[in-house]
Ligand binder design. Structure first.
Ligand SMILES: [Cu+2]
Length: 150
């Protein structure tokens, strides 16, 4: 580091120190918005016909639905498989949303599976109440058909 650069760094540090207590200090905005913004969408469409099973393993120890966001064809069956050691559940993130039929499972034990067939296009969000809430933590989303991500 050159002497001039070193001086500049020291000066910058001093400015930070002086302004840290000021109410006018600019603060970098926190990441805001829904969790699925920027999350990779895994496209599982173009499988032949309805009834295709899409595996969603639940990560060992990290309590996540993997992948978090997948897109499937209308009529696709999705299978959640608990590959972890913990018990999980699968609940609607929006309780009033119509999934077409009863959705979810209260207890998904280790090695257990849960199947659901998505018969209508739409955006279907879900979560595990043991390791998250409707909007963060152990959450997932199924995009059915060509419906745009929200
Ligand atoms: Cu869980």
């Amino acid at each position: 580091m050159s002497r001039r650069l070193a001086r500049r760094v020291v000066a910058y540090g001093a400015v930070i120190g002086l302004t840290a207590c000021s109410s006018s200090t600019p603060v970098a905005p926190l990441a805001t918005g829904p969790w699925w913004k920027g999350v990779a969408e895994v496209d599982r469409r173009a499988h032949p016909g309805p009834g295709v099973t899409v595996k969603i393993p639940i990560g060992v120890g990290d309590d996540t639905f993997t992948p978090r966001v997948i897109r499937v064809d209308v009529g696709s069956e999705v299978t959640w498989t608990n590959q972890g050691a913990s018990v999980h559940n699968i609940l609607k993130a929006v309780t009033t949303q119509n999934f077409g039929q009863q959705f979810g499972i209260d207890t998904l034990n280790t090695a257990g599976t849960y199947n659901f067939t998505f018969a209508s296009p739409g955006v279907y969000r879900y979560y595990c109440s043991l390791h998250g809430n409707e909007d963060s933590g152990m959450v997932g989303m199924i995009l059915v058909g060509g419906t745009a991500s929200p």
